[in-house]
Design a protein around this ligand. Structure first.
Ligand SMILES: *Cc1c(COP(=O)(O)O)cnc(C)c1O
Length: 462
């Protein structure tokens, strides 16, 4: 299995190197040269299997000879052992034909644990075998950072630095990043927004002297291994509702286009997905683009669903690569235009995108109303991101096809918005009830690339 860059000018890599590298050296993102297909019978045979065995069968064709079958099964077992639900990704029913996929039973209460816990175990196994170490730098709008720190804390071959926008993450998110005491993890509060953090990260990857000097590795949602881990729950949930014998639809609250792209891969692998619906909050560049208005950056408006407060959606590049016939030179040119504000999508590419994705947006008021309405109708308390999904899903329901909305975080991760909407204060699960009492450790830093690089160089173990 070979991985190629979306900008066509970086070396092809195997799974292990694509995972350890993150961003390609030409600035592009790695994608599989060919997406392996699962046949009807192979999908049907997933019925009734554990989440872990489903994960093994879905991901195995992508990893080549990076891990033996026994090693890979053990890695998956360790990755999901710390989840607070035996099903890992349980489905609950909201209404006739509408289901919620609860992806918040991992250690940091958001879906990012599915990918990050797996990546932590895969990095550890690969680096230990190589006798190597890496520096992981991540940019986060909240949940990636806590998931990464939780997944890598205390691992001997990895230093972790997480850039987050100061004052723009929830208190639970911040405390999940600042309370782990292990010396190999560092939370950096940047005076800027998420796009500033993400831009700094990209610049670090494009500075080859720095990149090679600290052995930089990326675990942001651009890392192919993360996308792959997220493909699994599309299969597990669809099969439990009758796939491949009948199709299902998904609605996915989206910021960086990572989770929804995993659904696109599941469909390419052969899972019968009818509609794939992109749900955005008021930061709606993806909805505008899919509505034919081009891909033009706006300014970020902080919302009650902060993990989706994004204007530049990094994984969108992966689907643009397919939409433009896998022409890396064209993608590189479009990404250059994006730096200057944006670009219009060609008619052919637009046709491809609208064929694959539907989209919608939810305003702040609609999000709050959906939290209250869903609680009243079903007893289910949604986090604001999941509420964006449920609201948009209701607009795209086809009574003949079950709709699965991805619930991306636990309501207790965003208690202020949930309480404002519903008058219910969502309690943390007992295993993290003392989060508000643990001491915090955080380094405040300006939106200054040089200062960030100096801090990282000064704090890696050598
Ligand atoms: C990261 C995140 C999202 C957005 O996911 P993408 O993969 O970036 O589209 C949505 N909801 C929550 C709670 C998140 O943490």
């Amino acid at each position: 299995m070979k991985y190629i860059s979306t900008r066509g000018a970086a070396p092809d890599l195997n799974f292990e190197d694509a995972m350890l590298t993150g961003l390609a050296r030409d600035g592009g993102l790695y994608v599989p040269a060919e997406v392996p297909r699962m046949g009807f019978d192979e999908i049907a045979a997933l019925a009734g299997l554990s989440y872990e065995e489903t994960a093994f069968r879905v991901m195995r064709p992508f990893i080549g000879d990076t891990f033996s079958d026994a090693e890979f099964r053990a890695i998956i077992g360790r990755a999901y052992a710390g989840f607070g639900h035996a099903a890992r990704a349980p489905l609950v029913q909201l209404a006739p034909g509408h289901f919620l996929l609860e992806l918040f039973h991992g250690p940091t209460l958001a879906f990012k644990d599915f990918a990050m816990q797996l990546i932590g175990q895969m990095f550890q196994a690969a680096l230990a075998r190589r006798g190597d170490r890496v520096t992981i730098v991540g940019a986060t709008s909240g949940d990636t950072g806590s998931a990464a720190i939780e997944a890598f804390r205390g691992l001997s071959n990895v230093d972790v630095f997480i850039l987050f926008p100061h004052g723009r993450v929830s208190e639970v998110q911040r405390r999940q990043m600042t309370t782990p005491a292990e010396p190999n993890v560092h939370a950096l509060a940047v005076d800027g927004d998420f796009d500033d953090c993400q831009a700094a990260l990209k610049d670090m990857f494009n500075d080859f002297a720095f990149r090679d000097g600290v052995k930089l590795a990326g675990v942001n949602s651009i890392n192919w291994a993360r996308v792959l881990a997220q493909v699994v729950y599309y299969f597990s949930s669809a099969v439990s509702l009758g796939a491949p014998h009948r199709p299902v639809s998904f609605t996915v609250p989206t910021g960086n286009f990572g989770d929804i792209f995993a659904g696109y891969i599941a469909r390419r692998m052969g899972l019968p997905i009818d509609r794939l619906v992109v749900a955005t909050n008021q930061n709606d560049i993806l909805h505008r683009c899919l509505s034919g208005q081009g891909y033009h950056k706006g300014t970020v408006h902080p919302s009650i669903s902060p993990s989706m407060d994004i204007q530049v959606s990094s994984n969108f590049e992966r689907v643009l690569f397919d939409a433009y016939g896998r022409d890396g030179a064209v993608v590189a040119q479009l990404m250059g235009e994006l730096k200057d504000g944006g670009f219009d999508v060609s008619q052919g590419a637009m046709g491809f995108l609208q064929d694959q994705f539907a989209s919608g947006r939810a305003s702040e008021e609609e999000t709050l109303a959906t939290i209250a309405g869903t609680l009243a109708a079903s007893g289910e308390l949604l986090c604001p991101h999941s509420a964006v999904g449920v609201k948009v899903a209701e607009e795209h329901r086809d009574p003949a096809v079950p709709m699965i909305t991805l619930a991306t975080a636990h309501p207790a991760k965003f208690p202020a918005a949930v309480e404002q909407a519903s008058a219910v204060h969502p309690p943390l699960p007992p295993r993290m009830a003392d989060l508000y009492d643990r001491p915090e450790r955080v380094h405040r830093i300006g939106n200054d690339l040089g200062a960030m690089k100096d801090f990282i160089r000064g704090h890696i173990a050598t």
